[in-house]
Design a binder for this molecule. Structure first.
Ligand SMILES: [Zn+2]
Length: 297
């Protein structure tokens, strides 16, 4: 097995850039992106390939971290670690928002979507992103804080002007027309998740094959609405109703060492099993995003 991994690792480290894989996804009509995570270190462990690909393509990436990660009383330390990791990923301080709300505290429990949705909606309103990226229903690791974000964002997409906003007295989502495409990070089956560069390479080849077979998809309004691409505007033929998210997107950095370096910024969390995760996780090498729908901002 090792004799297969080492050449693959070499190819991934030194040959990835030649494949120009991020160019399958960028450039698009994306100038601003909002990545919503639950804890400091999620951005490095899970979303680093998307972030680095976007930054390299000139996309202005913003991070919304819904908690300080204070489960062990290290919230203040972890806030600083997140800012250091973001700096390494070329996201300046003023594009990082870290919340510390009573209903959104780090822990192995579900967050109430009525707490998550207004926080996400406020960030969407402030950043006005072209796309929002967050966890899928599996939350990559299954952490309930991660999956809570998905449930809240899915409800926002499903309802357009979410009832959560009305309950919170917010005007976010009302009368707005700028579309924001929502993508979720695909949770892989266990075997794929921990197959490292080998799984990433296979995944990439399969996606590349599908991409070549289907032809290059472009970011533009299409008359056909895929089931996962639900409009959020109630006005026919206007605003987000006309904007369709692309199909699955794949992001691979030309520098797989960067996620490891970003994770090194999270010293308080850098225990042996996270080191193993960052080395053997497919997410260190490839991010696969699935469209969920659109929001207004
Ligand atoms: Zn997390």
């Amino acid at each position: 097995m090792l004799f297969l991994w080492l050449p693959l690792l070499f190819v991934l480290l030194h040959g990835w850039g030649l494949l120009r894989i991020p160019k399958i996804c960028f450039p698009r009509n994306t100038s601003r992106a909002l990545v919503v995570v639950a804890h400091p270190d999620d951005e490095s462990l899970f979303f680093a390939n998307y972030i680095t690909s976007a930054v390299r393509a000139g996309v202005q990436v913003h991070i919304l971290c819904l908690s300080t990660g204070n489960a062990d009383g290290l919230g203040k330390v972890r806030e600083k670690e997140l800012l250091r990791a973001c700096a390494l990923l070329q996201i300046p301080r003023d594009r990082v928002t870290i919340l510390d709300q009573p209903r959104l505290q780090d822990g192995f429990h579900e967050w109430d979507t009525s707490a998550v949705a207004p926080a996400v909606a406020a960030a969407v309103k402030a950043v006005q992103p072209d796309e929002l990226v967050t966890f899928d229903a599996g939350g990559v690791s299954g952490h309930p804080n991660h999956t809570s974000i998905f449930r809240a964002v899915r409800d926002m997409v499903d309802s357009g002007a979410s009832p959560s906003f009305a309950a919170a007295g917010s005007d976010v989502g009302r009368g707005a027309s700028k579309p924001c495409c929502v993508y979720v990070l695909v949770t892989h089956p266990l075997l794929v998740k921990f197959s490292g560069p080998l799984g990433a390479a296979l995944l990439l080849l399969l996606l590349l094959r599908a991409h070549l077979l289907q032809g290059r998809r472009r970011w533009q309004p299409t008359p056909q609405a895929a089931p996962a691409q639900r409009p959020t505007s109630g006005r026919p033929g206007s605003g987000p109703a006309q904007v369709q998210a692309e199909g699955p997107l794949v992001f691979a950095t030309s520098n797989p060492v960067l996620p490891l370096r970003a994770m090194c910024c999270h010293w308080s969390q850098f225990v042996w099993y996270r080191l193993l995760f960052i080395l053997f996780s497919t997410y260190t090498y490839v991010n696969l995003l699935q469209p969920l729908g659109t929001l207004s901002c």
